[in-house]
Design a protein around this ligand. Structure first.
Ligand SMILES: *Cc1c(COP(=O)(O)O)cnc(C)c1O
Length: 502
């Protein structure tokens, strides 16, 4: 037992040491099992719940309390979670969730998260097996994307962070390591980057955060299939060169957020090589399509990238969060982030061994064990099954597209490349006097749909028109969920148009 030396000036209680472990492990164990069972019940019976429901005021109020000075029992805090948090989540685990691009998670990933939390490893570095688990994922991703042995990889929160890091690696390659001391002022020419108009907003944000400014990002128009126009890309690079700019970074998209388009990656790789630009792929959800023999051919050229950003938490079905950056050349990757500091000195033996460390490949020092849930997911399900799930979501998108084609009151707004379908409700085509503004109508239908609890698509704007956007990512989503969503869209749309006419 720890005992502090007696200090006569302070009135110490007899035993001053306290820990946060339970006094009674057997009661705690019973409570733990109840908590595990509650979550297993939740996942097993997801389908019986609404996808989403509005948060009652009572539940919000539960989280506007003052800082608790005294604790309460784990059991009672768990009850608050069950009553006020669990029923009012975002719904992305539910098969009726089709909004934005979000994965459903798996029961296996959930258990792996518990194991990771129990171990409580700080995976910033040092000679420990959790770092080896992360390195196993790096090796697997090299294999999946045909990257060389010299490639490095690192877990991050998500693709937004991974894209930012890719810009920083490309910057250091373009300007040399001195840019890390001198900043951008030192460079004589202004660096410019290129991406498609369809690229995710975080690519522009990466240019902003990296200090280039979003104006240094050229947005290249797309073709009819919403893919970057490679000729326009090369023309823009040549024009910038002629005007004295220094083109340094091209971000192709593999699975665009609005419509799921895949840029012509091979053409972009050729152009990047011709103009000495870094070729990055934002494959946030699409890149893991490499696990599906049906989708992989569409991603041809991705193996030529200098870096790939993607998320295991989308099509990979791993629990949030699990973003990843893969870089072809580990030395270039480290040049952008590694920093020698005394308190992180590396040794050849002991816990301070095992260099390089994950913290040499990104801005995070302390970081959790994201690799474990990813490793469990890949080990338990295998790449083939995960790939089949990915194809299944694309097949469902084709099914939805066919259903839309059969209903005169529905209109498809973009070609369906992968798992994303954009469409809208047109009102009753036989009723020419319909007064509905279609953008307002479809926005309302989506909000009504969310509140109905039946399905959760999101919205976007496609060529100036508001679209109901269905992104099928969740492994649980099936045809019944698609039918229920579509029937609800038509029923809610009809009701809205009728009320508008009255
Ligand atoms: C989701 C997504 C992102 C952002 O990824 P996060 O993991 O949410 O940070 C970037 N690009 C594309 C194409 C996406 O679909």
């Amino acid at each position: 037992m720890d005992k502090l030396p007696k200090d006569p000036a302070v009135d110490h209680p007899q035993e001053v040491h306290q820990s946060l472990d339970p006094d009674d492990w057997s009661t705690f164990r019973q409570q733990s099992h109840r908590m595990l069972d509650d979550m297993l019940d939740f996942v097993e019976h997801l389908r019986e719940r609404p996808v989403w429901q509005p948060i009652p005021q009572r539940s919000r109020a539960q989280f506007q309390m003052t800082l608790p000075q005294q604790g309460q029992s784990l059991e009672s805090v768990h009850q608050i979670f069950m009553q006020d948090v669990l029923p009012y989540g975002p719904g992305n685990s539910h098969p009726g969730f089709m909004g934005w691009v979000q994965g459903g998670g798996t029961p296996v990933g959930m258990l792996a998260e518990m194991l990771a939390a129990g171990l409580n490893a700080n995976v910033g570095g040092r000679d420990q097996m959790p770092v080896e688990v992360e390195r196993q994922i790096v090796r697997w991703m090299r294999e999946l994307f045909g990257f060389p042995e010299t490639a490095s990889g690192v877990f991050v929160t998500g693709t937004s962070m991974a894209n930012l890091m890719a810009v920083l690696v490309a910057r250091t390659v373009a300007l040399g390591k001195s840019v890390r001391q001198q900043g951008l002022r030192e460079s004589a020419t202004q660096l410019t980057a290129y991406t498609s108009v369809e690229a995710h907003g975080c690519v522009a944000q990466a240019m902003d955060l990296a200090g280039f400014g979003t104006a240094a990002l050229r947005r290249i128009p797309g073709n009819d299939l919403f893919q970057m126009d490679a000729q326009a890309l090369e023309a823009a690079i040549e024009a910038d060169r002629a005007a004295g700019f220094q083109p340094f970074f091209i971000a192709g998209t593999a699975g665009s957020v609005d419509v799921g388009a895949i840029d012509p990656l091979n053409d972009i790789a050729d152009i990047a090589a011709r103009h000495q630009c870094w070729f990055h792929v934002d494959g946030a959800f699409g890149a893991l399509g490499m696990m599906s023999p049906k989708i992989a051919p569409l991603l041809q050229g991705i193996q030529r990238a200098d870096s790939i950003a993607f998320d295991f938490h989308k099509w990979g079905q791993v629990q949030y969060d699990a973003g990843f950056l893969l870089v072809r050349d580990a030395n270039q990757h480290m040049d952008a982030f590694a920093a020698p500091v005394a308190y992180l000195r590396r040794e050849t033996r002991g816990l301070a061994g095992g260099s390089p460390w994950p913290c040499d490949f990104g801005p995070d020092l302390s970081r959790g064990f994201r690799a474990l849930k990813t490793w469990f997911t890949l080990q338990v399900y295998g790449a083939e099954k995960l790939g089949n799930i990915i194809s299944q979501t694309c097949d469902l998108a084709q099914y939805l597209m066919q259903q839309i084609a059969q209903h005169p009151s529905l209109e498809l707004l973009a070609p369906v490349a992968l798992n994303v379908v954009c469409f809208r409700y047109l009102g009753d085509p036989s009723d020419k006097s319909s007064l509905c503004n279609l953008d307002d109508l479809n926005r309302d239908i989506v909000a009504d749909l969310h509140e109905s609890g039946v399905a959760v698509p999101s919205t976007t704007t496609v060529r100036g028109q508001l679209a109901i956007r269905v992104a099928i990512v969740n492994h649980r989503t099936n045809r019944d969920n698609i039918d229920a969503m579509l029937n609800a869209v038509m029923a809610l749309g009809k009701t809205r148009c009728n009320t508008a006419m009255e």
